[in-house]
Design a protein around this ligand. Structure first.
Ligand SMILES: N[C@@H](CCC(=O)N[C@@H](CS)C(=O)NCC(=O)O)C(=O)O
Length: 207
């Protein structure tokens, strides 16, 4: 087995968290390197594309969250072997990434511009994507996004929905998901109650 080091910011969420969860669920040992905010400017230039997460595999560093998710998904059995199911899994992960990127572009805007951009996003792209995620979930059987079982797509959407409902995003109503796509709330609860995920966060809280 390759020696793995996953590097991301020091919080339990975001683009790096699905891979952390997948590796934990699959019982695959890895170094969980967490970069604190003050160290980021100096560390940034050490990453291939000036961003995290990255994964180091036997000393070689690779980036891009969904590429990492696919890789660890294959290592842990959380990525479909069937090409069609893999396509469904990828579509959902990349769509979730679209929304994270659009929200990311608003973070450093001045207050008024941020409000306008976020309100437009909430009513526009985010609402539309939530409806489509729900439709995809329904079409895939209602419980998981692909392969009728847990895959990295579920972990990616889990993180996004938890973020949208957290109340931590100014001008994006925290009940938006519940109103627009209630099945995604049930999905979040399903994933959050996976025994390995419960165990993971219990351990993180105690750490
Ligand atoms: N396309 C990249 C985007 C990575 C990205 O933007 N990461 C953010 C953290 S979630 C980051 O490193 N931000 C710090 C910065 O850009 O200075 C991916 O999916 O991994």
């Amino acid at each position: 087995m390759a020696k793995l080091k996953l590097t991301y910011f020091d919080f339990d969420g975001g683009r790096g968290e699905p891979a952390r969860l997948a590796l934990h669920i699959g019982d695959i040992a890895f170094e969980d390197q967490r970069i604190v905010g003050k160290d980021w400017p100096a560390f940034r230039d050490k990453t291939p594309f000036l961003a995290m997460p990255t994964i180091e595999v036997d000393g070689k560093v690779v980036s891009q969250s969904n590429s990492i998710n696919r890789y660890v998904g294959k290592l842990t059995g959380l990525y479909p072997k069937d090409d069609w199911q893999a396509l469904l899994c990828d579509e959902v992960m990349d769509a979730a990434e679209d929304i994270s990127a659009r929200i990311g572009q608003t973070i450093d805007l001045p207050a008024d511009a941020k409000r306008k951009a976020r309100e437009e996003l909430a009513a526009g792209h985010i609402a539309r994507y939530l409806e489509q995620f729900q439709a995809r979930l329904k079409a895939a059987g209602g419980e998981y996004f692909a392969d009728r079982r847990l895959t990295v797509a579920d972990l990616k959407v889990f993180m996004l929905i938890r973020w949208l409902r957290s109340g931590g995003l100014d001008h994006i109503p925290k009940d938006l998901v519940d109103r627009v796509a209630p099945m995604l709330v049930q999905h979040l609860e399903r994933i959050a109650s996976h025994p390995k995920i419960v165990e993971y966060y219990k351990h993180r809280k105690a750490a």
